[in-house]
Design a protein around this ligand. Structure first.
Ligand SMILES: Nc1ncnc2c1ncn2[C@@H]1O[C@H](COP(=O)(O)OP(=O)(O)OP(=O)(O)O)[C@@H](O)[C@H]1O
Length: 235
């Protein structure tokens, strides 16, 4: 049987009067890439934020490698091997590429990534090594955000819209790199606006609609489902 790295069971989340998640259950097996699909406002970002402790989960259980993590804060979760690369990328714009990578607390319990291995993964960052991160292109900043995430030695990375605003070529490079993490012992939960690209690299996927899981299955089955565009767009 597959070993679960992440188990989310019956999780809800509420903003003031808006209930954004209604008892959502998903899981990620070790070595898997799992995509979360859904229309704008379906609750995808809220789900990632509830897992990583950015918004409180109003109920349910969340465990990482069998350890309960619901209620832990993001900085506590990196020591458990969970890293969130949010949509805003959250690099330090005034610091150099090198310093952005070296400042990371490598406290996780996953594979041992180094500055060297990150630069091998993203040769572009080697060319920009001494430059201020705020001056990088959007694609380079996304590469740096992923590199920073890896430096923390995660076992699981949550990616929120990693290809947002990137050119098709750079998007493909970023998503291919995410796909390659699987073989390096890092599992991924991926929210991606480009549904087709996400399903190409994912093993399984869940479709959210108005805060509920309405479909789950193998990525290839979901990609071939003629109704999935409608389900995805929520129209
Ligand atoms: N900070 C907030 N305060 C109040 N309501 C919020 C907040 N963030 C999200 N919501 C609401 O929660 C619901 C889910 O939003 P969420 O951003 O998680 O969806 P999403 O699927 O990630 O959408 P998008 O693709 O547009 O980012 C929406 O109804 C949204 O308006």
């Amino acid at each position: 049987m597959n070993k679960r790295i992440l188990n989310v069971h019956g999780v809800s989340a509420v903003y003031d009067k808006v209930k954004a998640l209604h008892g959502v259950s998903i899981h990620v097996n070790e070595g898997e890439i799992v995509a979360i699909l859904g229309a704008n406002g379906a609750g995808k970002t809220t789900l990632l934020n509830a897992i990583s402790g950015i918004v409180p989960a109003a109920g349910g259980e969340i465990s990482l490698g069998g350890t309960p993590i619901r209620g832990l804060k993001p900085w506590q979760l990196s020591a458990h091997g969970l890293i969130h690369v949010p949509e805003g990328r959250e690099i330090f714009p005034a610091m150099s590429v090198e310093d952005n990578l070296r400042v990371v607390d490598a406290s996780g319990n996953g594979p041992d990534f180094t500055v060297q291995s990150v630069l091998e993964m993203f040769p572009r960052l080697r060319e920009r090594f001494d430059q201020t991160a705020g001056n990088l292109s959007g694609g380079e900043q996304q590469m740096l955000a992923i590199g920073r995430g890896l430096m923390a030695r995660p076992r699981l990375i949550l990616f929120d819209e990693p290809s947002l605003g990137l050119s098709p070529l750079i998007s493909r490079h970023v998503l291919a790199t995410i796909a390659s993490l699987r073989s390096q012992g890092v599992s991924c939960l991926l929210v991606e606006q480009n549904m087709r690209a996400a399903l190409k690299i994912a093993d399984r996927a869940y479709v959210l609609r108005v805060g509920r899981v309405v479909r789950e299955g193998d990525a290839t089955d979901i990609a071939q489902d003629p109704d999935i565009g409608e389900a995805y767009l929520g129209s």
